[in-house]
Design a protein around this ligand. Sequence first.
Ligand code: NAD
Ligand code: UGA
Length: 479
Amino acid sequence: MVLEIKNICCIGAGYVGGPTMAVIADKCPHIQINVVDTNQERIEAWNSDDLTKLPIFEPGLDEIIRRTRGNNLNFSCDVEANIKKAEMIFISVNTPTKEKGVGAGQASNLKFVEVCARKVAQHAVGHTIVIEKSTLPVRTAEVIQNILEAYQENNPDIKEKPTFDVLSNPEFLAEGTAINDLENPDRVLIGGQNQNAINALSEIYFNWVPKEQILHTNIWSSELAKLTSNAFLAQRVSSINAIAAICESTGANVREVARAIGTDSRIGSRFLDSGPGFGGSCFKKDILNLVYLSRHFGLNEVADFWEVVVDLNNWHQHRISRIVVKNLFGNVTSKKICILGFAFKANTNDTRESAAINICKDLIEEGAILFINDPKVIPEQISKDLGLNESKELKNIEYEKIFSVSGSWCFERNILKAVENADAIILLTEWDKYTKIDWKLVEKKMRKPAWVFDTRSSLDKKEISNTNLNLWVIGEGTN
Ligand code: NAD
Ligand code: UGA
């Protein structure tokens, strides 16, 4: 039997809820989709007439919103009313690492998920399929099911008792390519027991995903597969970053090594780009969650194995700052450094866990004056991430006076101004626009001896080597 779904509610209008529901709405015009969030500012931004003001930047998202919003896609703060109307509810709220209490620093904080489950228990009508879209520790579906059932035990007088099925349907999109990932997923994973519920969800994806790409597993495998997938990807990044450090010490070149190993079909070529260290809201959080889970089950060696992936990443980020300081004669106090890119990767405005945060904090701590540029990240976000307000006066300060300042930063939209009299440029995010920089012009503006640190190996090396700029590239040793 296939239950016909006409109305979906998604709780959480973030980086996952927004784009995922937009794509479902686009592919399923026969289904009404209501995305709800308690963050009013975010909902207002989703409803903004000016599509450049959407709360998240994702290539192609604005076009889909233009087509669907107001038709079968609606954004609102009215959580309860939209739960009531829905036959299927996606829980897509944040699951950050716990900051306090048992498991602090490793376990996922499930308070937002729990609030959602209680709201659903209270307001759902009839039979409702509840779907875990957030990334969750293994066996969270059990917690959700318990909450849904306990509400009825606590309220025996409810006349028409709602019924529920809980499924796991983790999301594998990557930011910056979210729309393409959602429209052409490698696979869609559905974990659960009840075949009718599984069929109802599969039926939605059949509108654009080939049947053979929809995988069905038991619910715990589905929850664990999501954590494992992120852990494997992050482990590859830490592995190649570790090899980059060996390359720099030995004269090897990490891109050549990556190409040589990536052509082995058993290894594959993706996720072998050495960079400033992985960022993003999930890799670190999900691995630490796996570490916590392993220790909980007494698997200490397993926990240690995965924890090293995160330790290596932290070490690698601080290694980059140390390399910059070392090359600038061991001192960056009152030196102007231009930072190219603050987002954790290109094509997103997301800065969560960006390597830029640790690297910039280290340099500010050393006394450097940072002029930060990013095409999509706003200065207010950088202030929050660095825990330090922007010094707007820096932008207009006379050059000589800059030496009386130390440990400060400002945002500079104009790259040529950001590099003026700078001792160094550090590329941290691989935005396409940075590959088009006129290095001859930049050279003229900088104070000599001047350095370019390319932590993504993405700048035009040939152009830079035609100038007098010193160039350091991640994972490139000198022969
Ligand atoms: P996010 O912080 O961007 O969005 C979560 C939203 O949920 C916020 O807007 C918040 O206000 C809202 N929210 C929290 N509690 C709520 C409640 N009780 N009622 C209504 N709204 C509530 O987070 P995200 O990046 O979209 O991630 C969501 C989940 O998806 C996480 O578990 C994450 O691990 C997972 N995930 C994220 C990505 C990614 O690329 N960001 C990819 C795959 C999976
Ligand atoms: C990652 C996964 O790729 C998604 O499948 C998953 O759904 C998502 O996490 C999640 O659960 O949140 P995302 O973090 O958006 O997606 O971006 P990635 O492309 O995976 O990049 C993560 C970090 O690794 C970035 O800082 C990126 O610059 C870095 N990276 C990636 C490298 O340094 N080298 C690479 O070769 C690839």
